[in-house]
Design a protein around this ligand. Structure first.
Ligand code: SF4
Length: 199
């Protein structure tokens, strides 16, 4: 029996869903789809992404940030980094979560950030890494080797002067970060082409 193109596309999506997700995550996805149809009643949003503060440390000092601003209360900065063990326990508590964010403040300052990414990936979570990008150059190889699904890079300003004023950082950082993002994108594209050939 032949399937129409629409049906075979739908079948492919179902196959990917089954391959990449656990049963609780599939239930969550279906629940999410139902809520999407109903217009997302905000009081009961079911998607449950887990967005975590794995470190309070940052190498920038943005005036608007509760972690980086020199005016922030000390308690925000003094809280300890999340251990790998605690991270695993949090993931245990949210088996339906499809995504996990390794967030605020600067995740590249956490010594186990890539171990966390690998652990989350083994639990079939999509891994988000939000970064200010200033350390990307030193971590490019590790990013490429890791199962990070989404890398969000914040650029605080389009010129060095504005960037330095907002973040207390070095005026050459925006240019350096943009270059690192470019290198990462090129390396990721080359890697995925290579994997395509291997497959
Ligand atoms: S780069 Fe992000 S985490 Fe760091 S101080 Fe600025 S806003 Fe806060």
């Amino acid at each position: 029996m032949r399937h129409s193109p629409i049906n075979s596309e739908a079948l492919k999506k179902v196959a990917v869903l089954l391959r990449d997700h656990s049963l609780p995550q599939i239930a969550n996805t279906l629940h999410y789809a139902c809520h999407a149809v109903c217009g997302f009643p905000l009081a009961n949003l079911p998607y449950r992404p887990v967005w975590l503060v794995i470190t309070p440390r940052c190498n920038l000092r943005c005036g608007h940030c509760s972690y980086g601003s020199p005016d922030s209360p000390r308690e925000a900065l003094d809280c300890p980094e999340m251990s790998l063990r605690t991270f695993a326990r949090v993931l245990d508590r949210f088996p339906r979560a499809i995504a996990v964010g390794l967030g605020a403040a600067e995740p590249f300052l956490h010594p186990r950030v890539f171990d966390m990414a690998r652990l989350a990936h083994r639990r079939r979570k999509k891994v988000h890494l939000p970064t200010n990008g200033t350390l990307l150059g030193e971590r490019l190889d590790e990013v490429l080797d890791s199962p990070v699904d989404f890398l969000n890079v914040s650029l605080y300003g389009t010129d060095g002067e504005g960037f330095a004023e907002l973040t207390g950082g070095r005026p050459d950082a925006p240019t350096g970060t943009a270059a690192h993002v470019g290198s990462l994108a090129a390396a990721a594209a080359a890697l995925s082409a290579l994997r395509g050939v291997d497959d």
